[in-house]
Ligand binder design. Structure first.
Ligand code: ADE
Length: 228
């Protein structure tokens, strides 16, 4: 899978992508991430990509021309399945959305900034708008990193244990059950006996019961809208 991230701050992102499982995925050839500095597509001498909003509102708006030029240059090189725009008014990012994106070949993610982008860009170039939560960030870079991380870890071969991505919280609409490792007893706190029993069927049932109980207690909303 290839992800092209269009940003005003490419340096802000490289450290994260060079130090994580995502970097391992890149080294293994399972994922490619490319950064594009939007300043390089500026139409002005000063490299600016924003302008004052029509109608006299406060703040600046990212202009359509440099962004369109960058997107079209990429689209001339290969077919993109989605052009994602990160913005607080997009659809809320969920595991379901990560699953869908992980099945794609080529994705562009445009990181929003300032007061957002010229609406015509959203209408004519963007195919999916994603928010990572009901709060406002200074820019879309962290959102693009969150989306890329959640998507890339789902690609086959990226995380060691093939099963483990499937057993994540949310993957089956439930939170994940509790996990334990050695020692079996610490300060008198024991690992549940069932996990040491070797009875795989009973362990699977226990895990499911725990996942259900945890979801009921912490995120009952997940049980109501279970449309994964
Ligand atoms: N840009 C600013 N806030 C954002 C959010 N919550 N999600 C995605 N992009 C954003």
């Amino acid at each position: 899978m290839r992800i092209d991230i269009l940003t005003l701050f490419p340096n802000m992102m490289t450290m994260f992508f060079e130090e994580s499982i995502v970097s391992r995925a890149q080294k293994k050839g399972l994922a490619e991430i490319h950064f594009h500095d939007l300043h390089d597509y500026s139409l002005t001498r000063y490299g600016s990509v924003d302008d004052y909003p029509y109608g006299g509102n406060a703040g600046m708006v990212m202009a359509i021309e440099p962004l369109a030029n960058c997107i079209e240059k990429l689209q001339a090189e290969r077919q993109y399945d989605e052009v994602v725009y990160t913005a607080p008014d997009g659809e809320l990012f969920t595991q379901k959305c990560a699953n869908q994106l992980s099945l794609l070949e080529n994705v562009i993610i445009l990181c929003g900034h300032y007061k957002g982008v010229d609406e015509r860009l959203r209408e004519h170039f963007i195919t999916r708008e994603i928010s990572i939560g009901d709060y406002v960030l200074t820019g879309g870079e962290l959102a693009a990193a969150v989306i890329s991380d959640a998507v890339i870890r789902l690609l086959p071969g990226v995380i060691g244990d093939e099963q483990s991505a499937l057993e994540d919280s949310f993957q089956d609409g439930l939170l994940a059950p509790p996990e334990y490792t050695r020692p079996p007893e610490f300060r008198g706190w024991r690992v549940p006996d069932i996990l040491l029993s070797g009875n795989h069927a009973k362990i699977a049932q226990w895990r499911y019961d725990q996942a259900l109980q945890r979801t009921k207690e912490r995120r009952p909303d997940l049980l109501e809208k279970n449309d994964n």
